[in-house]
Design a protein around this ligand. Sequence first.
Ligand SMILES: Nc1nc2c(ncn2[C@@H]2O[C@H](COP(=O)(O)OP(=O)(O)OP(=O)(O)O)[C@@H](O)[C@H]2O)c(=O)[nH]1
Ligand SMILES: [Mg+2]
Length: 252
Amino acid sequence: MFAIFVTGTAGSGKSLLTSALTTWYSGKGAHAISANLDPGTVNLPYEPDVDIREMIDLQTIMTSYQLGPNGAQIFAADMLATRITELQDQVDSLNPDYVIFDTPGQVELFAYRESGPFVVQNLRCDGKAVLFLFDSTVVSTSINFVAIAMLAASIQLRLPVPNIAVLSKRDMVGERWKQILKWASDPVELENAVAKEASATHYLLTSRILRGLVKTGIAYQPIPVSAVTLEGMGELSATLTRILKGGEEVED
Ligand SMILES: Nc1nc2c(ncn2[C@@H]2O[C@H](COP(=O)(O)OP(=O)(O)OP(=O)(O)O)[C@@H](O)[C@H]2O)c(=O)[nH]1
Ligand SMILES: [Mg+2]
């Protein structure tokens, strides 16, 4: 069994991509299941096979501990680790080839507290990967691209399994995703774009951050994907296969 954790900023397309990937793998004849790890989610664009909401109830937390919605979300996020045995048992009982985990809308609740990294590291399976979504509609300016790349680097620190960058919602920005890929592959082009976009102070800060990122070797070549038109799904699944199966024959 291989596990894929879909992460990204609020609204970046995690749930729809979870759904699209599950359907994609099923269409290829694999047994793929989806697992929702967001206790606070209300509407999901798919029917999860495993659902943390059956193990952690936000409403009960709010009443039992007299917490408001935000406090309860934090409490619930921290409880995730205590449900790992139940999660593992439920996933194992379905015996999937792939389990796609949809993670909470607020990435900080999953990545920066202890429970998310604990689950990512301790779930037993044959291979794991984290997808981090660069939302095309957000990173269509060069400064935002740098800001989200910093976040991606920080998620990589917190979730230390192979991370794959995905440029989500590519169908929403016309041809602009091509420009974003150029920035991603060429730091000089990105820096020039920042120079045009930013004020002098902003430019200094952004270009220094950018150079720092390049120096660390953390270069992002996000895979442009649409969870609606399914463009890019072949490339994404080929990359996942390469990483999860470590060099076995890839199929598209
Ligand atoms: N056109 C288009 N819309 C998308 C795509 N992916 C997501 N969306 C839309 O973007 C909005 C947010 O998508 P979600 O999948 O709910 O994003 P999320 O990251 O799970 O959101 P939260 O869990 O609330 O943080 C929804 O209206 C989706 O229909 C895509 O590839 N193309
Ligand atoms: Mg979601």
